[in-house]
Design a protein around this ligand. Structure first.
Ligand SMILES: [Zn+2]
Length: 101
């Protein structure tokens, strides 16, 4: 389901909505205005980052299952430097905490 980011023309608030095809346009959660502008580009980045994060988490888990702790730490660090995602950073931090590496 596509998630879109909108900005309210009335109060300037930015918010995310999941749009159903053929559904009504969104209204602002703050002021109720329907004068909302779609921010193009934002949703694709969100979805891409989420996909990448899920793949990274799975790979780290696979390393750990195989007992390759050093590889898991190395991979998580590399992923955290490439994917600017708090979730990936947390995965790497947690690994460091657990393994002391
Ligand atoms: Zn508003």
């Amino acid at each position: 389901m596509p998630i879109y980011e909108y900005e309210c023309a009335g109060c300037g608030r930015a918010f995310e909505v999941i749009l159903h095809i053929g559904g009504a346009p969104p209204s602002c959660p703050t002021c109720g205005s329907r004068e909302c502008r779609k921010l193009i580009g934002a949703p694709a980045i969100h979805v891409k980052a989420d996909h990448a994060t899920a793949r990274i988490e799975k790979r780290v888990r696979d390393y750990l299952i195989d007992g390759k702790v050093s590889d898991a730490v190395r991979f998580a660090d590399k992923a955290a430097s490439m994917v600017k995602s708090d979730r990936v950073k947390r995965v790497a931090d947690k690994l460091h905490e657990k393994t002391g590496k």
